[in-house]
Design a protein around this ligand. Sequence first.
Ligand SMILES: [Zn+2]
Length: 204
Amino acid sequence: MKIITLNDNDLDQNTYIINLDDRIIIIDPGLNFKRINKYIYNQNPDIIFLSHGHYDHIASINCFDKSKIYAHIKEKQLLSDPNRNLSAYFQNPLNIDGINFLKGKIINFDNKIKIFHTPGHTEGSIVIIIKDNIFSGDTLFLDTIGRTDLPTGNQNKLCESLRIFSEFNKNSIVYPGHGKFFTLGHAFKSNNFLCKSQIFKPIL
Ligand SMILES: [Zn+2]
C-alpha cells in the first residue's frame, strides 16, 4: 500500500492518493485537479471518499466519475447547498448528482476499508481506516480538532466522536485533512481534546 499526500499551499488542504492492491483510492479531491491527475497518470480512480463536504476537500469532484465517489448520507444536505459547503464563495458550483451515500455508524466498506461516522466538524464527517492508516479529515489533528463554527458544526458531537480513536492501535498513522501526519499515540500525548474525550468513555 502506497500513500501520496498532495498538499494545497493556499488552504493547506491534504488530498491523499492511495494505491491499494492496484486500486487507486483518492481521499478528499481538493483544489488542485491538475496535480491529482498527474499523480494518477490520467487514470480513473477506483474509489473516491469525501471525509466531509467543505469546498476545500471536494473542489475537484466535477472532474471525476460521480459513481466512484462516496460520502456519508448525513452530509448530503450540506453537499447539496453551495452556501453550506462554501463553494458559493469560490464561484465554482459543484454537482453532486450521482455520488454514493453511505449509511450507518460503522461501515465495513470492504475487508480492507472501514468507515466511521464522526459528526461534529460537520454532521456527516467520516473517518476512513485503511489497514492501520487513519484518514481523519477535519475531525482530528495532532494538537487540536476541527472547527465547529461552520454550518452543521457541533463541538459536543465532535468530542463524543473522538471516543472512537481509543479503539485503534496507538501505532496507527493519522493522516489529517490539513497539516502533517502523526501517530495516534503521539496525539494521545499532545491533544487535550482527545485525552479528555477518553475520560467519559463508558466502561464496557
Ligand atoms: Zn472542513
